[in-house]
Design a protein around this ligand. Structure first.
Ligand SMILES: Nc1ncnc2c1ncn2[C@@H]1O[C@H](COP(=O)(O)OP(=O)(O)O)[C@@H](O)[C@H]1O
Ligand SMILES: [Mg+2]
Length: 420
């Protein structure tokens, strides 16, 4: 069995680790991978977004399955290219990936499918956006429609802050074409929850809900990031809530996608706000979430590969089993993250116990083979424990022992589970 893994972040390290620990005989190839992934896989110096090069690699290696981690190659049509050549691949086509790559497309889908989400005005006109903000009042959310690596959303507490975001994204095109259109969106109050669903486009099986921590600083303060930590299980994510999300959100969305020539195959990630009126969609992603994947995969008792292969044809819920206990992931980020992360700093990882996993995200080897930081989020430290408190303590302890100048981490991952 040969698997090609596209990507080189913490999510892909967790995928590589899980595939390897399920079956050490699996031959893993990563494009491009990272120093952590290199412990389980052969890393090819091919960028995840260089689709012709990934395709050439796959035609040489003939993997039994290719698994795509990041959204950019999916949005660019890597799945379409692979399928045209008869190469098995896990993930949605470019048309289906629009559920993530175009927030205006996703909003239209949800509106037409009757899926609960925040009301929004979609526009590419600065004046129209400003007047929508005034009509709505603060707080209000300004979102770039396109892929913006976590930098496309401003939750504005005032009209002035909303205007500034409109000017920056739409006026100055600070995010390029990703900001050629924006959503002026109703602010939803509540607790956020991430739900991963494996689907062949019709049959869908939910994984265990997880909770991300988007803000940089403890107490959910500071700027939005790609995610500073995650944990599972989440007390809010009851079986009844998951059933409600499947019925009101996932199935109507999948049906609309099928009926509109964009059947969604792979992993559908619903970013939810659990409001006083029930669950509503914040956004969809078309792939595994980062860092929720790093928290969930160590808790997954069943092997991953059959689940990924099942997404091609009738995923089977009986193949999904979870360990008891809890999992907490703490992200160790570089100095300057998220605005201007510093790279090239020497990195030392402590020895860890069996219940702790250190997943590499932004790491590299320098010219003399030393491990150095190479991105904003450097490591994800996942610990398992009897409950969220025990897992959080181990995860935090190891994250604090990592030596990296100016490192940033949150010591309160899982706080909602602990402070209640
Ligand atoms: N309508 C909304 N109401 C309240 N908070 C929101 C809303 N939309 C987004 N957010 C906050 O902003 C974060 C990022 O928004 P999201 O739509 O997930 O964009 P992306 O992940 O592409 O940056 C969310 O996780 C949530 O914390
Ligand atoms: Mg998001």
């Amino acid at each position: 069995m040969k698997v090609l893994l596209v990507g080189g972040g913490g999510r892909e390290h967790a995928l590589a680790w899980k595939l390897h620990s399920d079956d050490p005989a699996i031959e893993l190839i990563a494009a491009p991978g990272n120093p952590g992934i290199a412990e389980h896989a052969r890393c090819a110096p091919v960028a995840a977004t260089d689709i012709p090069a990934v395709l050439a690699l796959a035609e040489r290696e003939r993997p039994d399955l290719t698994v795509v981690g990041p959204e950019a190659p999916l949005a660019a049509g890597i799945v379409d290219s692979f399928r045209e050549r008869g190469l098995p691949i896990f993930g949605p086509t470019a048309a289906a990936a629009r559920i993530e790559s175009s927030k205006s497309f996703a909003k239209q889908m949800m509106r037409e499918a009757g899926v609960p989400t925040a009301g929004a005005v979609v526009t590419s006109d600065v004046e129209q956006a400003r007047s929508a903000v005034r009509k709505h009042g603060a707080p209000v959310v300004i979102k770039a429609t396109g892929l913006a690596a976590g930098k496309g959303v401003v939750v504005a507490r005032s009209i002035e802050e909303a205007d500034a975001a409109i000017d920056r994204i739409l006026g100055d095109r600070s995010l390029g074409e990703a900001g050629s259109e924006i959503l002026v969106e109703e602010f939803m109050a509540g607790e956020e929850l991430s739900l991963f669903v494996l689907t062949d486009g019709t049959t869908a099986i939910p994984m265990m809900p997880a909770q991300d921590h988007k803000r940089l600083l403890e107490g959910d303060a500071g700027p939005n990031t790609g995610g500073m930590g995650a944990y599972a299980p989440v007390s809010l994510g009851t079986p009844a809530l998951v059933a409600e999300v499947m019925e009101k959100i996932i199935h109507p969305s999948l049906l609309w996608m099928r009926e509109n020539g964009a059947a969604f195959n792979g992993l559908l990630y619903a970013g939810l706000m659990i409001t006083a009126d029930g669950p509503k969609v914040v956004e969809f992603n078309c792939r595994f979430g980062d860092p929720e994947t790093q928290a969930l995969l160590p808790l997954l008792a069943s092997p991953l590969l059959p689940l990924l292969q099942g997404a091609a044809d009738r995923p089977d819920e009986s193949e999904l089993r979870w360990q008891t206990g809890a999992s907490v992931t703490t992200v160790v980020a570089a100095a300057g993250y998220p605005d201007s992360p510093r790279t090239g700093d020497e990195l030392t990882i402590p020895r860890v116990a069996d219940n702790v996993h250190v997943f590499h995200a932004g790491t590299a080897r320098d010219a003399v083979g030393r491990l150095v930081s190479a991105g904003g989020r450097v490591l994800s430290i996942t610990a398992l424990g009897a409950d969220v408190g025990a897992a959080a303590a181990s995860s935090r302890e190891v994250a604090q022992q990592v030596s990296l100048e100016g490192k940033q981490l949150r010591r309160d991952i899982g706080w909602r589970a602990l402070w209640k």
